[in-house]
Design a protein. Structure first.
Length: 247
């Protein structure tokens, strides 16, 4: 087994309605099953009620995974809320997961972020978000997930893992990366130009905007992504400096 790998999302929080909480639990279960398949030992953290500081949580960890969840507080990137989903925001969870990411980046540990996690990674590195895309190919109010294609850019780490070109993915997000965070490279885009994946060249840091852990997704690309993450985690230092991230 490779690990422990810290995996975080906001579970058991009154800020999420029952349907949203159930969807997040189902996605977390999909991530757990896929991680077990490739031999990753997960250390689960509830970001909404973290019982330890991020440095203590990540001590001795082989890597960090941050899953999806509520909107990121726009105050973190210097904007006022301008959408209809502000009630589920949780500033404490945002700050905890931001610090998890900073610890992973500073220690040179692999970092995988999904949906909200990718958006938060962009913010940690100084980027901004589109607060509301509106209904379209990425989200509809009547279903939790939509299938649509993305284009994975040749020459990226993501392309080396899942293959360049067109992939059908499962999506359920109304926010997206706007201004790209410092050092990040775009590794996939949607047909409408929305950024669908990012990575940090020179490090094992990958973010995907879609949900590879969704029950309706093809499981093979997620297994490949986690297997590559596991290989990086096995080789990663358990302590020591890497690049310093913006405050």
């Amino acid at each position: 087994m490779i690990g422990p790998v810290v995996i975080s999302y906001s579970s058991e929080t009154p800020r999420h309605d029952a349907r949203f909480a159930r969807e997040l639990r189902d996605l977390a279960a999909g991530a757990a099953a896929a991680a077990a398949d490739v031999g990753i030992d997960l250390r689960w953290v509830n970001a909404a009620a973290a019982d330890a500081a991020a440095d203590a949580v990540t001590a001795g960890a082989a890597g960090v995974i941050v899953l999806g969840g509520a909107d990121v507080d726009p105050a973190l990137y210097g904007q006022a809320p301008a959408g209809a989903h502000v009630r589920s925001m949780d500033a404490a969870a945002d700050m905890f997961e931001c610090e998890l990411m900073r610890r992973a980046l500073d220690a040179g540990r692999p970092l995988l972020t999904i949906c909200r996690g990718m958006q938060l990674l962009n913010v940690v590195l100084g980027g901004t978000l589109v607060q509301d895309l509106g209904e379209g190919i990425h989200v509809r109010d009547d279903v939790p997930m939509i299938s649509h294609p993305v284009h994975v850019h040749p020459g990226t780490r993501l392309a080396g893992i899942v293959g360049a070109g067109a992939h059908d993915i499962r999506s359920g997000h109304h926010q997206a990366v706007d201004r790209l965070g410092a050092g990040l490279a775009v590794s996939a885009t949607a047909p409408d130009g929305v950024i669908e994946a990012v990575e940090l060249p020179g490090a094992w840091v990958v973010g995907v905007q879609w949900h590879p852990e969704d029950a309706g997704a093809d499981p093979a690309p997620f297994r490949s992504l986690l297997a590559d993450f596991a290989r990086a985690a096995a080789d990663a230092p358990r302590s020591g400096p890497a690049q310093r991230t913006p405050a």
